[in-house]
Ligand binder design. Sequence first.
Ligand SMILES: [Zn+2]
Length: 355
Amino acid sequence: MPHVLHSRVLKAAALVGSGLASYARTQRSRETTILTFHGLCKDVGDPDILDWSLHLPVDIFQSTCALLSADYHVISLADLIEARASRVPLPENSVVLTFDDGYASNYELAYPILRKYHLPATVFVTTGFLDREDMLWFQRVDLALGRTRKESIDWKINGETLRLVFENRETRQQALVRLLPELKELSDTDLLNEIDRLEHALEVATPTPETMPAPMRPMTWDMLRAMSNSGLVSFGGHTHTHPILSHCDPVAMRAEITACHQRIFTETGIRPSSFSYPNGHAEDYTRETLQMVEEAGFHCACTMINGRIGPHTSLFQLPRYGSPESVWEAEATVSGAFETLKQWRQSCLKAVSLI
Ligand SMILES: [Zn+2]
């Protein structure tokens, strides 16, 4: 993990330092980039949490916002949709900020910074999480492996037996890395049963907002309303319980999408217009999902497929980038340097294959 992070930081620094980011920023100024954040944290301290990738240190968010405010045009998702509908060009180098899941830290740590720089953002909320009824399944797994007092278990899943060792933090993190992809293979019903079984076997209680570490906690509906009333932050749907939608049967899939739309409308009086697919990769939603999202009343939806937005990008499959882990990475992403490098590589490989 540290090795991967190190190479990402170096690559981003090289793209900025070499001038490629400035070049790409000029050449690709008509494209829009959407960035995805989850939670923020003050310091990466709580040993209970094994995966900190969903909780970005607030100082990196602050420097990213300073960069965007100085050199880019941060617009809202609604601006993007409106510009497409009226065929009006967007400001050059436009960027959209989004947050997934609905963490309290969006209000406590991100909102003051968004206000300081006057940057609009959209938060996609998992409504059962805000209702404090359904904790996010991946947080339950993280805390079960992080908190168990067992030394190890042999866990049978998908026809395999995984030896999960809880001797120290590193082996617990390895257990999480091995188990998560296996869990993502299961249907949504089987997944929830499997996590109940896991918590039971590891002798840990299902976490509640009161017993979870602060960075994992959901925002309250009051926090959401305060941000919504400011006019700076808008809210979109991210399902009711955060299943991978392609793993739900059609009835459950529709219920997840419409319940989420309804809960946001009931709590705010505003019909949410945007949606983001949990997990968000191409295999995590289907053509049926896109149709149901549109039928529920949403006007656009975001994926987690990396890419930039041009005039022909589908509004129900808007590509996004994950949160940058350094300000260099933020610049290499929003300037289009990563995308330029990717395309150069592809043309080089094509040229070489012709020789
Ligand atoms: Zn999510």
